[in-house]
Write a protein that binds this ligand. Sequence first.
Ligand code: CU
Length: 659
Amino acid sequence: MYFNVFGEKVSRARYREMLNAAKNRRELIAAGLTSRRDLMKMGLLTAGGMLVAKSGLSARAYGQTQTNNPPSSGSNTSPGTNQNCVPGNQTQSPRTRPFIDPLVVMPVAQTARSLHPTPTEDPNTAAGEVRAAPFQAPLIDSSRFPVVPRRLYNFNQRQFSVRQTSDRALPVQTIWGFDDGTGPRSPGPTYQAFYGSPQLTRNTNSLPPVTQVNNTGFGMPSVSTHLHNAHNPSESDGNPCDFYTNGHFCDQYYPNVLAGFNSDHAPNGDINESLSTLWYHDHRVDFTSQNTYKGLFGFYCLFNESDTGNDDSGFRLPDFPQHDIPLAFSDKVYDPETGELVFDLFNLDGILGDKFLVNGTIQPFFNVEPRRYRFRLLDTGPSRFYEFFLTDLKNLSATNQYWLIGTDGNLLPNPIQIQSVRIGPAERVDVIIDFRNFAGRTIYLENRLNQLSGQGPAAVDSQVAAQNASSTECSLVLNSSQPAILPAGTGNLLLQFRVSSTRVHDDSVDPATHPTFYQLPSTNVSPRIVRTFKFDRLNGQWSINGQFMDCNQFRFAVQQNSVEHWLLMNLSGDWTHPIHIHLEEHRILSRNRVAPTVPSDLGRKDVTQLHPNERVQLFFRFRDWLGKYPIHCHNVVHEDHAMMALWHVVAEGDNILVP
Ligand SMILES: [Cu+2]
């Protein structure tokens, strides 16, 4: 008798051991004993920073591979990678019936008539505001960016109860979400924002105090809400280190202005840097993975005179919100006995779930008309990569194509016809699916990417697999003998489309007519400096240039309105790290000195996947705003253990090459 756990066959005895280990870990988590200091004191950590196997906390043989050769390009601090031979350390969730619940489309966020007390240019600390600095935008132009703009939002983070499936195998879950005044939800309400129309959100922490957090022991009720990919001033960016507890708030000013407005493209900015699909999520230092897993995220869709949200104007993309649907993908794990949502704080590799949620519901269905829809696909993490295919279970050999129109926050110059597209944590793609081809049928959005651990997808390519084959036994298992792409119908069926057969009118642009969106801004400018960032393991955690995240240290200073190249180097062997940099988007100049070729690498990006043994060169222009921002891995488990660094933009930059 064997159990199938995350693709691995395990014996009944091994499975019992895994259940027991998971239970023991959860008890420690519930008791609040998870800090590395606590564990060290209890003798539960090895010198390499790994959990001790014999304590009954881990079903893996940790620490047995210390003498193995580290991967050829790894640093000598690498503890060897066999301890990452997951699966094997995580239990399975209870079975649930798929496709019994409708997809939830988040409502558009409601504006507030006024805020009390009225927002102020300087942080209103007397009233409980926690903001790092005065608003920058009104200081640049107070008539264009009034301290109290017309569009105001009053958001509260709250704890609430919800069913994530109507299957009674799982109970009501206690999670966290955003409340715009219409009740808490996760994902939070979707912002409908417009260029040229500045807005302000008051984010108030109304979560219970830490002593009353009703959960299975994870989540930290102190917050900092980051607007991912926005060209935003640092005091409103949602910096990881500017977190605040219950009863406090932060007013966050979103100017909705194009990059370059106060520098190389004054006064309105560069139209070719228009953003469309952004998202907001909690970014509390050390706790981002737990707090976003618990529900603190939502979409922010930004429109302008070309990308209007109406199919009868501008680019004539499908109309928002009827046929322009944000889809947030999350994978989660539930306790095999109680069915409660759990999060293994002892896993520093990356958390993979075996339940797939779209917009907060496990495997929903969506009734669609036989016409074009725009979908904004977002990988909320914590650690899983997806490759999206359209699958017809009655015709598995069919190649069902659709259109890629945007990567991360941007529309591409032209639509690209694809059979699949791959994204990692925090990345987005905008796609158009034309359901006319599927009228009267049921089709699935399927993730066929094979991933067995937080390490990243299996076998990125045969060359990488061959390199890895020489490193460790585990890499061999994970990367050489495993296909990267699973056969159609054997991956994760995420979302079921039920396509009606009644013909409908469709005014939206047909991507097959090759419409043009924006041009890509030139990268043909010499950089002021080329900085190098080495991503690696260090004592069981994750480091950048040999250091951990430190809120008290700016690692380097970027010169305002300058061009830089950043060279990202993966020294951690066969791990993939999705690297995110705040404030400005980048272009990928090269991967291992070769210009990128895959469609999702060609546009402007705010997250770049750093693949095994890779070096990737990025192009940046840092414009307009001053202040502090982070660079970090967006496998949020790596981020929290401490693959992040703070830098800042100042008038005179420094010349630190390896910060
Ligand atoms: Cu990482």
